[in-house]
Ligand binder design. Structure first.
Ligand SMILES: [Zn+2]
Ligand SMILES: [Zn+2]
Length: 331
């Protein structure tokens, strides 16, 4: 399964000329999951990957910089005559928010399912992976989200199978599916020729949060941790007051969690990003201050480390071209 993360919005609180507010896309095989949907999310998509038809949108919390992009995106899909159902999940309060937003975007004709997720609850029906909410520490009820790919079966040892007398390649398939096969000297069982199951890849997106133990647990050995890095070290007190983190705290947490890569987002516009990043890298070398349209590719662990591709989102278009988006009539 191809697994990557696209950053559409890496800014905090307010958009700037170069950064939109919170919005991240997880691409897992054919599945598309958006986490947060800040203002202008649809323009960020159109400007890079194209307007991706996501299956699920997960909102971390109900501060405006994390959901203002919803009405526009939902309306555009309606104008494009989207048929596919859409699921939107978020903490308790999502239904109230959606009722309020409905006055803005009016009627939409494709099915929208709302799911309120409490801490520890998983989004039902995900295929090949699990999406689970965990509680973070912000000024309001807020979820972080963990994406975990299902465990993969261990490696099949064909040489050993042959040594044990399995000659037919169809029997190789049976063993890999967990069936025992008959050989001249009796039977060969899958556990004789299959290695240990291999851990699935993990991505954690915290949304806005103070550094907290729940994140450290959720992000244990994650391939990628996307964490709030709003403040510089000198404003640690202000970070604590406002339910945010310093980039340095996020880095310490990534190190404690043994994550492989840290993507810092939501960095306040008052700082020079390079300085904040230096503070973070002193604690965790694989810290990155990602920008809008960056992409992180996450190969299977045995094939290498997660890789940050600067501006990579624009090189992998998958939505309709801007011309066809412009051809929509009405409204
Ligand atoms: Zn925010
Ligand atoms: Zn917030």
């Amino acid at each position: 399964m191809d697994l990557s993360v696209v950053f559409y919005g890496t800014g905090g609180s307010v958009p700037t000329a170069r950064r939109a507010t919170a919005c991240v896309l997880i691409r897992a095989g054919g599945e598309r999951v958006l986490i947060d949907c800040g203002e202008g999310a649809q323009r960020q998509m159109i400007a890079s990957t194209g307007l991706v038809q996501v299956d699920d949108i997960l909102i971390t919390h109900f501060h405006a910089d994390h959901y203002l992009g919803l009405p526009g995106l939902l309306k555009t899909w309606d104008l494009q005559e989207r048929q596919a159902p859409l699921r939107i999940a978020g903490p308790k309060g999502l239904r109230d928010l959606f009722e309020a937003l409905r006055r803005i975007f009016g009627r939409i004709r494709y099915p929208v399912e709302l799911v309120e997720l409490g801490p520890g609850e998983a989004l039902p029906g995900a295929d090949g992976f699990e999406l689970r909410a965990f509680e973070v520490e912000h000024r309001m009820r807020a979820n972080g989200y963990t994406f975990v790919e299902h465990e993969r079966p261990g490696r099949f040892d064909a040489d050993l199978a042959r040594e044990l007398g399995v000659g037919d390649v169809r029997d190789f398939g049976r063993l890999q599916r967990g069936e025992a096969v008959a050989v001249e000297r009796g039977e060969v069982h899958p556990d004789q020729v299959m290695g240990e199951p291999r851990r699935g890849r993990k991505i954690v997106v915290t949304g806005d949060t103070a550094p907290c133990e729940m994140t450290r647990i959720a992000a244990h050995q994650a391939e990628l941790l996307v964490h709030d890095g709003t403040f510089a070290v000198e404003e640690a007190a202000r970070a604590a007051e406002t339910g945010h983190s310093t980039a340095r705290q996020a880095a310490e947490l990534a190190a404690a969690a043994e994550a492989r890569m840290l993507a810092l987002v939501h960095i306040s516009t008052r700082y020079h990003v390079g300085r904040v990043l230096d503070e973070a890298r002193a604690a965790f070398a694989e810290a990155h201050a990602v920008r809008d349209f960056d992409l992180v590719e996450i190969p299977f662990p045995e094939r290498g480390e997660p890789r940050l591709v600067a501006g990579g989102a624009s090189q992998q278009r998958e939505g309709p071209e801007p011309e066809s988006a412009a051809a929509i009539e009405g409204d």
